[in-house]
Design a protein around this ligand. Structure first.
Ligand code: AP5
Ligand code: ZN
Length: 208
């Protein structure tokens, strides 16, 4: 399938995408992860406000469209089935995507704002495997793993607030677009991860 997963920062897009790629044997295309691996890339030739993606990301702002469009275009050209996570984030990117591929389904993970802040400030990452944990909801069992977990640079309270603002302003209008196109399915993302997964899986299977 060709899937798009949407939702606010912390809604569980990465957590659910990991399960989707495993179950349906498709690619996980995530602009956030791709940009985090290229935070220091020199984009000064684009003549934008900052010279690297990291400077935008650490403040919770969107990286320029041209940079992310190129990442997604390249990844899609190599994928058969995929789950796209973190893109499109504004109307311009949504129009670009339309020229790159069709979609079978758009999943939206619904989560309240208080819960989002709690999830993001408690999130931890395993730098070796990329696995996502949470200090309360999903702590690492293995003490060796626990010891090497790190916090994402943009998971500070101020940056989280700005990311949520950017989401409401730029990304929410894109949801309306998919709703009107009849592609959108909402899933209650505030349940426990396993219950969210059950709903996500059933929704994908129903759409096939
Ligand atoms: P990106 O990496 O896409 O971040 P985001 O959209 O803010 O989303 P997150 O990754 O924070 O949350 P998630 O929904 O994946 O949640 P997760 O599963 O980790 O983007 C980062 C930055 O890159 C942007 O700010 C921007 O600068 C730039 N960027 C990226 N794409 C761009 C684009 N297209 N255009 C321009 N700029 C772009 O879960 C969160 C936590 O909650 C974890 O700790 C997890 O364990 C826990 N959790 C998950 N599910 C549950 C549950 N059901 N119950 C309890 N806890 C849960
Ligand atoms: Zn993510």
């Amino acid at each position: 399938p060709r899937l798009l997963i949407m939702g606010a920062p912390g809604a569980g897009k990465g957590t659910q995408s990991a399960k989707i790629t495993e179950e349906f044997d498709i690619d996980h295309i995530t602009t956030g992860d791709a940009l985090r691996s290229n935070k220091q890339m020199d984009i000064s030739d684009m003549d934008m406000e900052y010279d690297t993606p990291g400077e935008y990301m650490d403040q919770g702002e969107l990286v320029p469209d041209a940079v992310v469009n190129a990442i997604v275009d390249e990844a899609l050209s190599q994928a058969n089935g995929f789950v796209l996570d973190g893109y499109p984030r504004n109307q311009e990117q949504a129009e670009e995507l339309e020229d790159m591929t069709d979609l079978d389904l758009v999943l939206l993970l619904d989560v309240s704002e208080d819960e989002l802040v709690h999830r993001l400030t408690g999130r931890r990452l395993d730098p070796e495997t990329g696995d996502i944990y949470h200090v309360e909801y999903d702590p690492a069992e293995d003490p060796d793993v626990e010891e090497r977990l790190v916090q994402r640079d943009d998971d500070t309270e101020d940056t989280v607030k700005e990311r949520l603002r950017v989401y409401r302003e730029n990304t929410e209008p894109v949801i309306d677009h998919y709703e009107e196109a009849g592609l959108l399915e909402r899933v209650d993302g505030e349940q426990a991860p396993a219950d969210v997964w059950e709903d996500v899986k059933a929704t994908i299977e129903d759409a096939a």
